[in-house]
Design a protein around this ligand. Structure first.
Ligand code: NTF
Length: 832
């Protein structure tokens, strides 16, 4: 461990080493000190933002003390570390999580109250760290929480985007994107200006021969950009372990920024160079489950991967070990194919820089990486054009070609007469232009490949990666069902429910061992407990009702059934089916007698989610939701029986108050399309029930909680091909209820029908690819069952409690344990 202070002087340092505050007084002292000095405010000049900052800085100090201890301990034991490479980390806010993980929230709440502030208001001052699109990025954030909570030595590596996912505004019913500049004040990150890496692009490859006649490849010329490290501490729950999330920011390299130009007065072009460098980490691509293939995105990927690998290799080399030990010390997990170039880059480092033999190097590479696939949607599978890669990363293209050649040769030896197989599994697709299939490269370069829920892991083995199962054998492919951290998604999001559960289970240990929730089973029939339970749900719904009123003006009845679908807007997730169902309900209400209306359960249908800026159909779905809400909410025939709400700018902190406020949530993707889903887990964990298809993790949720506690409907994944085939050959009639809905839209009930013609067209001439018509009848019928079930409050409460008691499996701790044991072979390091 490096240090600079000589032994004899260290006593002084030890004497004055920072200590963690542990009492309310000490906490308050820290807050006031930070407001006065760090923020340079005169003593009583403190608004909510300054108070938030003071509290955040006080906790940051605690985090950093633990972070230092952790890094020292992990370096000292010199065990294997895991590196989680993800282009997205959807962290949300940090302060509340830090207070809770340090078990200091109560102290802090009292402390700020005596200083004249309410903690809820201070928490609201924080900007979400929204460096992700949806499930994939949030999963990475939950995994970081679990890795630290389980004391695993782990680092996250990502990009420090200046702009995270755009903010969504709804203007005249349409989505408008607003840039998310979130870095004006971020106390949670530490710039490491001394940790920089020069990253090269473009140029050419030269072959050189040394005095022994050995030839090697030298990549030269081209543009150089500097990567600067920014570190954020990731605290575990009730442990000192505090891991590191390192995000790279781009700037011109000192060699690149042309002082000559600058001094000679050519400011403009020197500024242009600077901007070109800074552009790399400027903005997160706002697409979820779709690959767009822009050059800047490829630059981002290489920039991030090369900087991270340089850092990882540097750390390994400090240990002085032999290369043969690399994969005993290092596991690298690829979160989807976005970091696949890391495979190529490590091979390049080992062969070109460290002069290992190709095979020896490749052996190390394939022992180091693991690849997680998160989707089977063809439009989401990454492919990079060969000419683009040739130009940007000429040496990497050669390595990819060589890798492919050696791979295909080995396949040919084992399956000599199968030319079709060779072209099917080639990393290079022979299209015009040729493209690189990144998923194939990721499989070939990894030790293990996993899907994110059982059905999904089976599907990748039998469909998109079938040939690779034949070639590598089934053991290379495995499943790790996703999970969510119960710290953020129960304890933080729903403190009252967490406390109620803790009272019954004798404390908060369940937050570290979620299977303990099964201890709730014996209270499921307890009327008092049911009442307390439903009362908490009611209060959470009241809070949401207030939010809806304050932000949209719509008044909703908190006793109504709250039916929520919040997630990225995508045709495969079928928000269109949900809003068609709402229209169908509306039409039914319009025809009801007074008596019939009395028997109907009032509903609030809540939607939320962002559409990718270029995804026209998704934007049309949003427009239909807002159009329907304008009509339905103002129709006196309907009154309280149906309200439709679109929540603007759905993000992590909104999910934190939406999940606890649902009676029912919708996870209704076409079977076989949603790899896992993770919000399904969050909603059930918060005592809501699900209406869903047999897709992704819904299937395992059903297995755990029991069929009586979930509302499943629709066709199965195995039926999808045949149904699509039937549509293509015009062999299907549209479902009559759906026909009525379409007619109503086309009549202009929800405004200019031309606006929605794309949606209707997709169902008819478009071949109904997502099978809305096929599932519509069973969807509506199942909603009727929901209505009936909701009328019996005790039976409903019983279902919810039983469901929560069986959710232990879906903690991200379990997922991380499986990765650690089956993929990484990783041991925890306990920090004193
Ligand atoms: C998403 N994939 C899937 O669509 C979700 O079902 C899943 O829960 C999350 O990953 C996390 O595993 C993607 O976002 C991507 F990028 F693969 F398309």
């Amino acid at each position: 461990i490096e240090s600079s202070i000589p032994q004899p002087l260290r006593e002084k340092w030890r004497k004055f080493a920072a200590t963690e505050f542990s009492t309310k007084d000490e906490f308050q002292k820290e807050v006031v000190k930070h407001v006065e000095t760090t923020l340079a405010r005169s003593l009583y000049n403190c608004d909510e933002l300054a108070a938030y900052s003071g509290v955040a800085l006080a906790f940051r100090d605690r985090l950093i003390i633990d972070w230092n201890k952790t890094q020292q301990a992990q370096t000292f034991v010199d065990q294997k570390r895991v590196y989680y490479l993800s282009l997205e980390f959807l962290m949300g806010r940090t302060l509340d999580n830090a207070m809770l993980n340090h078990r200091m929230k109560d102290t802090a709440v009292e402390g700020v109250s005596e200083l004249g502030f309410r903690m809820e208001d201070l928490i609201e001052q924080e900007h979400d760290a929204a460096l992700g699109n949806g499930g994939l990025g949030r999963l990475a954030a939950c995994f970081l929480d679990s890795l630290a909570s389980l004391n695993y030595p782990a680092w996250g590596y990502g990009l420090r985007y200046r702009y995270g996912i755009f903010k969504q505004e709804i203007i005249d019913g349409y989505q408008v994107e607003v840039p998310d500049y979130w870095l004006d004040f971020n106390p949670w990150e530490f710039p490491r200006h001394e940790i920089t890496v020069d990253i090269m692009f473009y140029g050419y490859v030269r072959k050189s021969t040394d005095e022994n006649g050995q030839t090697s490849h030298v990549w030269e010329g081209g543009e150089v950009v500097q990567a600067v490290a920014y570190d954020s501490p990731i605290p575990g729950f009730a442990t000192s372990t505090t891991n590191n999330l390192r995000l790279w920011s781009s700037k011109p390299s000192s060699g690149e920024f042309d002082f000559q130009k600058f001094n000679s007065g050519d400011y403009e072009s020197s500024v242009r160079d600077q901007q070109r460098a800074e552009t790399i980490s400027a903005v997160l691509y706002p697409n979820d489950n779709i690959d767009v293939g822009k050059e800047l995105r490829l630059k981002q990927q290489y920039f991030w991967v090369a900087a991270s690998l340089y850092d990882i290799v540097r750390r390994f080399k400090k240990s002085g070990r032999a290369w043969s030990e690399f994969s005993d010390q290092v596991s690298i997990q690829l979160n989807d194919t976005h970091p696949t170039l890391a495979i190529v880059e490590l091979q390049r480092i080992l062969v070109d820089k460290e002069h290992l033999e190709w095979d020896e190097a490749w052996n190390i590479v394939t022992q180091t990486f693991g690849y997680t696939n998160h989707t089977v949607l063809p439009e989401a599978l990454e492919k990079w054009s060969v000419p683009l890669v040739q130009n940007l990363l000429p040496r990497h293209l050669q390595i990819i070609y060589d890798t492919n050649l050696f791979f295909l040769q080995s396949v040919e030896r084992r399956f000599p007469k199968d030319r079709e197989l060779l072209s099917r599994v080639s990393i290079i697709e022979e299209s015009n232009p040729q493209v690189i299939r990144m998923a194939y490269l990721a499989i070939i370069g990894s030790k293990k490949v996993n899907g994110v829920a059982e059905l999904h892991s089976d599907l990748i083995k039998t469909t998109i990666f079938k040939d690779f199962v034949t070639i590598f054998g089934p053991d290379k492919f495995t499943n790790v069902t996703n999970g969510v951290t119960p710290r953020r998604w129960l304890h933080q999001a729903n403190p009252e429910l967490s406390k109620l559960i803790a009272d019954k289970l004798g404390g908060f240990t369940f937050l570290k061992d979620l299977t303990l929730l099964n201890g709730l089973e014996k209270y499921a029939d307890d009327k008092e407990f049911q009442k307390d339970w439903m009362h908490i749900k009611f209060r959470n719904k009241q809070r949401l009702a207030k939010y809806i009123k304050d932000t949209t003006g719509i008044v909703v009845n908190p006793s109504a059934l709250f039916d929520i679908q919040v997630k990225r807007i995508h045709e495969y997730k079928r928000q269109q089916m949900n809003i068609f169902g709402v229209i169908s309900r509306y039409l039914a209400i319009k025809k009801m007698t007074k008596e019939e209306k009395k028997k109907l359960v009032p509903r609030v249908s809540i939607f939320g989610g962002k559409a990718a800026p270029g995804y026209w159909m998704a934007k049309t779905i949003i427009r239909l939701v807002t159009a329907v809400s304008e009509v339905v909410n103002n129709d006196p025939d309907v009154g309280d029986l149906l309200k439709v709400v679109f929540i603007e700018d759905y993000n992590v902190s909104k999910a934190e108050f939406l999940c606890p406020a649902s009676d029912l949530s919708e996870h209704i993707s076409t079977a076989g399309t949603e790899a896992s889903g993770t919000s399904n887990m969050k909603f059930v964990l918060n005592g809501g029930l699900i209406i869903g298809t047999c897709d992704g993790a819904n299937i395992e949720i059903t297995r755990e909680i029991g069929e009586d506690r979930i509302f499943l409907f629709g066709h199965l994944a195995e039926d999808v091909d045949d149904l699509r085939h039937a549509h293509r050959f015009g062999k299907t009639e549209m479902d009559p209820a759906l026909r009525q809905v379409c007619d109503e839209i086309e009549k202009g009930t929800f405004g200019d029908p031309g606006v929605f013609s794309g949606l209707i067209h997709a169902l008819t001439d478009g071949g109904d690819y997502y099978l809305v018509s096929d599932d519509f009848a069973s969807y509506l019928a199942t909603h009727k069952l929901v209505d009936e079930a909701f009328k019996n409050e005790e039976a409903w409460a019983h279902k919810c409690i039983m469901a929560v008691s069986a959710m232990g499996f879906f903690t991200s701790d379990r997922a991380i344990l499986e990765y650690a044991e089956n993929i990484w072979n990783l041991e925890p390091v306990v920090v004193a």
